[in-house]
Design a protein around this ligand. Sequence first.
Ligand SMILES: *Cc1c(COP(=O)(O)O)cnc(C)c1O
Length: 383
Amino acid sequence: MVSAFYRDTWAEINLDHIYDNVFAMKQYIREDMKLCAVVKANGYGHGAFEVAQTAIEAGAEWLAVAFLDEAVALRKKGIQVPILILGAIRAGDAGLAAEYDISVTVFSNEWLQEAESYIPNNASLPVHIKCDTGMGRLGYREIEQIKRAEQLIKQSSAFTLEGCFTHFATADEIDTEYYEKQYAKFIELLSALSELPPLVHSSNSASSFRFEKAWFNGIRLGISMYGLSPSPEMKELLPYPLKEALTLHTKIVNVKQIEAGASVSYGATYQADKQEWIATLPIGYADGWIRKLSGQEVIIDGIRMPIVGRVCMDQCMVRLPKYYPVGTHVTLIGKDGKEKVSVDEIAERLQTINYEVICSISSRVPRVFKRNGSVQSVSNSLL
Ligand SMILES: *Cc1c(COP(=O)(O)O)cnc(C)c1O
């Protein structure tokens, strides 16, 4: 599937790096463990289908997404491995999930009772019981409730108990006290089950790196599959080097010289103090290159140069040290020569986490997928 794009802004997704990151984790964990590639939010902005395919090639046995729509989209593109929906689905959609053989998260007995009536007689919906051990988001918190859930699932042919899981709130922090509390609570809730389901899982990237005891028989790999550290603190503790998969690029579409005192962009907040070369780039906040990135540096010709004036919806301006022609390549995230702008640098500037930076690159930005060093496909959501 090669579709074109006619605007010189694109994200490049290095699938070789995704492959290497998944493969490295497969080597790190025990052989009998199942690796789940988390591809929610369009694969953290990288392209869910392409990432899923690559992760499966590298040894991932199953996938996870947040919502039913994301799972159905993967099935429609031909993905056949088990897919777990980590979020809630409507009871009324349980039949659709069963039809597509998509596994769902169960955290309420009312939901189980209601959903049962929507599942066709010849179908059985695979379910994972979610335990809330301290995240406070979704999941059973009480022994009695979880026992009842197991009964409801096992006494009905509409459901198949496939797994039981929890999620840690602080696995990426140095201090492990809260983590240990959650772990202990999970063990307690698991012991309420009459027998363990085939898949017991609790670890995201950070927990997978650090706590072998919490591997059980599966891990859920998200951020580190994309080559990013779960937190700045965790960088020192990574058991193997990660390879960043996403880079962001554009090209100069206009260059001009402005006089001292002339201003740039909305609000006329930037004023040149001498004669300056200013380049216009075709990327703006509607692409996820948000207004707070005014002042951020980009790399042109191996040199860092600042974004000046306000970032507009579709464009922003950069101050050049000298003339560069229209068509000159600009790296917004990635390496050029000796310089590198990492996702973490952008996250730090925006006082957020790297997860949010990559997820925010909007669907208007075409994705160019590279595999074995060359372009494998291009996706442009518009065309
Ligand atoms: C997103 C998510 C993950 C992946 O976490 P990372 O920190 O990106 O590895 C795992 N489990 C659940 C329940 C999630 O929501």
